[in-house]
Design a protein around this ligand. Structure first.
Ligand code: SF4
Length: 289
């Protein structure tokens, strides 16, 4: 059966991930000195393994990195105390925080004071959210679901200003709903500023996924199982197309789900390399069921 396969125009690496990989590659070419990287560089095993093979040492805790070492901060950024500890221990930091992530804290700098409160709509355990919130002072919190939203709104009326921002990879539709809820439920003396900090690479990819999923018999979402933005793509696609499947590589693809299905859409998260997407496409093209 010859299938119609559409690959998302915005599937795969975003500008921030490309920049991160390119800069680290250049750094490795410049010197043979040991380089430590805090956390996975991107949520993709192949990319991480290729850097491991080039000599990068991945660690989960900065405390295991020797003093004076070269330390890479990945695109998600790192928490404030990590930078402080790195400085104290004279590490040379190669900060590959995506410029769009780094800019969020600048966007709300004027709200870090006693009269203001900052709400970050985000996944609490996401490294980017942990990094951003760590720079926002005491009057700030992460809101992840409707219960937390309703609870925080009751506490906002004592502030003069409220800023609402989002993790770059958060679901834009949900963020905008939360922001509207806050605006509509605080008293009129509170000035609410909503800054949509969702990366447009993310929202463009999410919108494309939604549109594509509407007309497909099957959607395959390709990306790491620990990738937040891939998870969002999966959820969005599933809302529009019941037959949505999430695979990390072609090996996880159960080709039987394609049986009798003509139109197949493929979308991939921001940290999925092109060759992984190509492998999935090839497996589908070659399947004759
Ligand atoms: S998704 Fe956007 S914010 Fe995140 S790394 Fe990529 S370009 Fe940067």
């Amino acid at each position: 059966m010859k299938r119609n396969i559409e690959i998302g125009k915005h599937a795969g690496f975003c500008g921030g991930v490309n920049l991160c990989i390119k800069t680290l590659d250049e750094e490795l070419e410049k010197s043979s000195e040991k380089i430590y990287c805090l956390g996975e560089l991107v949520h993709n095993k192949d990319v991480v393994n290729s850097f491991k093979n080039k000599g990068v040492i991945f660690v989960d805790n900065i405390k295991t990195v020797p003093n004076n070492s070269k330390l890479v901060i990945r695109a998600h950024g790192a928490e404030k105390h990590t930078y402080e500890l790195a400085e104290k221990r004279r590490m040379r930091v190669l900060d590959l925080t995506c410029p769009k992530v780094a800019k969020i804290k600048e966007d709300v700098r004027e709200y870090i004071n006693e009269e203001s409160y900052i709400i970050l709509v985000a996944k609490k355990d996401h490294p980017e959210a942990k990094s951003t919130i760590s720079f926002l002072g005491d009057n700030a919190s992460i809101i992840e679901n409707e219960d937390e939203l309703k609870e925080i709104v009751n506490k906002l009326n004592k502030y003069k200003y409220v800023a609402v921002i989002a993790q770059t990879t958060f679901d834009e539709k949900v963020f905008l709903e939360y922001a509207e809820y806050i605006k509509g439920n605080v008293c009129k003396d509170v000035n609410v500023m909503v800054k949509n900090t969702i990366c447009n690479a993310t929202s463009i990819r999410q919108n494309e996924t939604r549109e594509m999923a509407k007309s497909k018999d099957v959607m395959i979402i390709v990306g790491g199982k620990n990738s937040s933005n891939t998870h969002k793509l999966y959820n969005i696609s599933k809302e529009e197309c019941e037959n949505t499947y999430w695979v990390e590589t072609k090996d996880e693809l159960n080709l039987n789900v394609l049986e009798g299905k003509l139109d197949v859409g493929i979308m991939a998260g921001a940290s999925t390399p092109k060759n992984v997407i190509d492998d999935v496409v090839q497996a589908i093209e070659e399947y004759e069921g």
